[in-house]
Design a protein around this ligand. Structure first.
Ligand code: GAR
Length: 192
């Protein structure tokens, strides 16, 4: 990964599909002096993503792409990323799977946050699966994105204890709190 030169921040796009807690948090993080990234673009696959409201409030350029035809969509996204000189992509609750070709074009510069202790529980319903399996720990992971779902090299992880009272809702809340610390920490780790 290229090193941060001087005070020049790395132009970053955040891809979202939902509430945007991680987006908000990354924007806050990007405004700190020592932060290596600036957030210049938000991309969503749905206009229902609440995170878009936040992007609009903060006047961060944002665009919704309909993923019905993934080939055309990704071509258009790549065009926009090029136009905005984006060099780094953070997936933050983005629920679409990017193609091998797209990932190759951004080789090594797309990262994702996932609500489990990968390689355990790739995909959906991570908290439910952890509770049903009577796991002692849940967690979250930031990893590079490669062509296989939730399988790229792990950058950092945080373990979170599952208590006997935990429900999927309480666990999701605890995990999200840790995600908000883990994602910025992962970015600092990459660029320092
Ligand atoms: C987060 O918990 C994130 O880890 C998860 O979606 C949530 C998004 O929340 N991502 C995935 O499940 C990706 N496979 P947010 O929109 O409030 O940041």
């Amino acid at each position: 990964m290229e090193k941060l030169i001087g005070l020049k921040k790395i132009k970053t796009a955040i891809f979202i599909s939902g509430t945007g807690n991680n987006l908000k948090n990354l924007v806050k993080f990007s405004k700190k002096i020592e932060t290596p990234i600036s957030i210049n673009l938000v991309i969503s696959n749905t206009n229902k993503a609440k995170g878009l409201l936040f992007a609009n409030q903060l006047k961060i350029k944002n665009k919704v792409f309909n993923f019905q035809n993934i080939t055309i969509t990704e071509k258009n996204i790549l065009k926009l990323l090029k136009k905005e000189k984006i060099k780094f992509i953070c997936l933050a609750g983005f629920m679409k799977i990017l193609s091998k070709g797209f990932i190759k074009k951004f080789n090594g510069t797309i990262i994702n946050i996932h609500p489990s202790l990968l390689p355990k529980y790739k995909g959906l319903n991570t908290h439910l699966r952890a509770i049903e399996n009577k796991d002692k720990f849940a967690g979250c992971t930031v990893h590079y994105v490669n062509a296989k779902l939730d399988s790229g090299k792990i950058i950092t992880q945080k373990k979170i204890k599952i208590t006997s009272n935990d429900t999927t809702t309480s666990l999701a809340k605890k995990v999200l709190e840790e995600e908000l610390k883990l994602y910025p920490a992962a970015i600092m780790k990459i660029f320092n």
